[in-house]
Write a protein that binds this ligand. Structure first.
Ligand SMILES: [Zn+2]
Length: 180
């Protein structure tokens, strides 16, 4: 049974039809291309024949499957790209939070040093005033008043130097931190 001559036409709606003649009675016949390769019976002479267009139908099917595979691959690529982007964003957020935490810790230490320096300076100032008062209120033979005044003066000097160092250290550390 030789395959008859045929033509294939695609309608505007995408329906593909194969047109051919009955090899026995030459009646014009038509089948959907999806029936290609199946056997059919001529309605006029009742001769059994195979619907032609197997190669074309296989090509149509191959294209359809390729399009589906292509779409699947595109979706997979998109999913992968989004996943990578989300991971990069999460990593950037973590890095920013980490940097912020380190900055806050450094700032806490700096303000502790700064506060200590200020407190020492204030205490030194009070002790200095107290030492002046002790010196002025002690009489010429008041050994105890002189010792108290001297002790207060030394303590005032220690606290003022300590306070000054604390303030200087805060300034230096802050400038070092800003330079980073
Ligand atoms: Zn026929």
């Amino acid at each position: 049974m030789s395959e008859p001559t045929y033509i294939i036409q695609k309608s505007l709606t995408g329906k593909i039809t194969v047109y051919y003649e009955c090899s026995a009675c030459k009646e014009g016949l038509a089948n959907p291309l999806s029936k290609a390769g199946e056997s059919d019976k001529c309605p006029v002479c009742e001769g059994v024949h195979m619907v032609p267009g197997v190669t074309e139908w296989e090509g149509v099917e191959a294209q359809r499957i390729a399009a589906i595979e292509d779409r699947k691959a595109q979706i997979a690529l998109g999913v992968e790209a989004r996943r990578a982007q989300h991971a990069a964003e999460a990593e950037a957020r973590r890095a920013a939070q980490n940097a912020q935490w380190h900055y806050e810790q450094a700032e806490l230490k700096l303000s502790a040093i700064s506060w200590s320096g200020t407190a020492m300076s204030v205490l030194g100032g009070i002790l200095f005033v107290a030492s002046i008062i002790s010196f002025y209120t002690s009489g010429p033979n008041d050994l105890r008043g002189a010792i108290t005044g001297a002790a207060e003066f030394v303590a005032a000097a220690v606290f003022l130097v300590g306070g000054g160092l604390g303030s200087a250290l805060t300034k230096i550390l802050r400038q070092l931190g800003e330079r980073k």
